[in-house]
Write a protein that binds this ligand. Structure first.
Ligand SMILES: Cc1cc2nc3c(=O)[nH]c(=O)nc-3n(C[C@H](O)[C@H](O)[C@H](O)COP(=O)(O)OP(=O)(O)OC[C@H]3O[C@@H](n4cnc5c(N)ncnc54)[C@H](O)[C@@H]3O)c2cc1C
Length: 405
């Protein structure tokens, strides 16, 4: 019997990890990994951190060594734009019109930075080339304007301040990271950046942006050596939409990461997946998700369905603040802090109906497992014990007798 061909579209972290998982799970058919970038798959978090600041080289970001692809018989085709998916023919259509047949297909097309309408000549940050451009600004410029106080905007602001630039961050909402953290914890990041000399302008509307200036809706003009736009990302769903797959805030997949076509799967930033623990679909634009989802998609492609129900996990590094976030705080009704918020050494817990739904450790380490256990336990917590650093975290979800509160 001829071995089937599996095709992966998108040579980012999720695409590379899917190829790895397929080989690990014993797939011995032809495996083709198609990517429109000219670099082999790499991880993006260092682009706004150590590669940007010059502490790390590009080489450190690659998912696999160059030799890995040949060693594992992965046909990596870079600089290859996929133009369409012909589901009826089970073929992928490439930009040059040629076709590649597939038995199973994985869409790992990721996301792209959201564009600021009307902006021209501004910088964005998603690819190696973007980091190079921004790094030149950090090396030779003196003023940077950042539109958007999300994760990427704030990480770049921190890198630029550390490089000695004057930095202005412009944010439409009342606090940075407000949608992700809510007001209680978002304040920590506002204070952090203000303390490091960032001119943080909140609740402002950008009316116009170019390579060297930003104009606000109230007429204020800011000149800079460069303007970075970091206002979120949009999933690359065009191929899926054109192919008639179900798309709704990303490519809709079930908990096995299977799309509305049983032979097509999706993983990483582009996938909006049913989540058995959260009990609603979720699209996660974070590194850990792109790292771990592919193994589940690979299992499904091989006909041995697994379920993806990892809690969303995210990390950031800004100045001397390191943080990890776990869970999903949507609809929370209370935030409990444990530790010293002023000193930025604490854990924040988001609670809903008395249960922990998310946790964020700031400059406190090795607590991911107990936070995960608290969330997964679904028990009502004793808030006083949760807030008390002298109570070991694994016991914080119970009363003094060890009974769930
Ligand atoms: C600057 C930056 C910093 C980040 N920092 C953090 C962090 O600190 N912590 C964290 O948890 N997460 C972070 N992230 C998020 C994390 O990097 C992403 O979640 C992860 O890269 C998603 O991987 P992916 O493979 O799903 O998508 P991507 O990395 O976007 O890869 C998708 C690939 O598919 C290609 N592609 C798309 N369409 C086509 C097509 N039609 N034909 C061929 N190829 C195509 C794209 O060009 C791209 O190469 C950061 C992201 C960025 C940009």
């Amino acid at each position: 019997m001829v071995s089937p061909t599996f095709v992966i579209i998108g040579a980012g972290l999720a695409g590379a990890k899917a190829a790895e998982a397929l080989r690990k799970k014993g797939f011995d058919g032809q495996l083709i990994l198609l990517g429109d970038e000219h670099h082999r798959p790499y991880e993006r978090p260092p682009l706004s951190k150590d590669i940007l600041t010059g502490k790390a080289e590009r080489e450190s970001a690659f998912v696999h060594p160059q030799s890995w692809y040949a060693d594992h018989d992965v046909d990596l085709r870079l600089g290859t734009q996929v133009a369409g998916v012909d589901r009826a023919a089970h073929e992928v259509v490439l930009g040059d019109g040629s076709r590649v047949g597939y038995a199973k297909l994985l869409l790992a097309t990721g996301a792209e930075p959201r564009a600021l309408p009307g902006a021209q000549g501004t910088l964005q940050l998603r690819r190696f080339g973007d980091t190079e451009r921004l790094r030149q600004v950090l090396e030779s410029g003196s003023r940077l304007a950042v539109v958007g106080a999300g994760w990427i905007g704030l990480e770049v602001a921190a890198a630029a301040r550390q490089a000695g630039l004057e930095v202005t961050v412009l944010e439409a909402l009342e606090l940075p990271l407000l949608p992700a953290l809510g007001p209680e914890a978002a304040r920590v990041f506002a204070d952090l950046h203000t303390a490091h000399g960032v001119d943080l302008r909140l609740g402002v509307k950008v009316a116009e942006a170019s390579a060297t200036h930003v104009k606000l809706a109230d007429g204020t003009r800011l000149d800079a050596d460069a303007v970075l736009v970091g206002i979120g990302a949009v999933p690359n769903t065009a191929l899926a939409e054109a192919a008639g797959l179900l798309v709704d805030n990303g490519i809709r997949v079930d908990a096995h990461l299977r799309t509305s076509d049983p032979d097509i799967f999706a993983a990483g930033d582009v996938a909006n997946a049913d989540h058995p623990f959260l009990r609603h679909p979720i699209r996660v634009e974070h590194w850990a998700n792109a790292l771990k989802q592919p193994a589940v998609a690979a299992a499904g492609m091989l006909g041995t369905d697994e379920v993806y129900d990892e809690l969303p996990y995210f990390y950031t590094d800004q100045y001397d603040l390191g943080m990890e976030y776990l869970g999903h705080n949507e609809g929370y009704d209370r935030v409990v802090f444990r530790g010293d918020v002023e000193a930025r050494e604490f854990i924040a817990f988001w609670l809903k109906d008395g249960k922990v739904v998310a946790g964020m450790n700031v400059n406190v380490w090795d607590v991911t497992d107990p936070i995960k256990a608290l969330i997964r336990s679904g028990t009502t917590v004793d808030v006083d014990r949760l807030a008390d650093p002298s109570v070991p975290l694994p016991e914080a979800g119970t009363d003094r007798t060890g009974t769930p509160a």
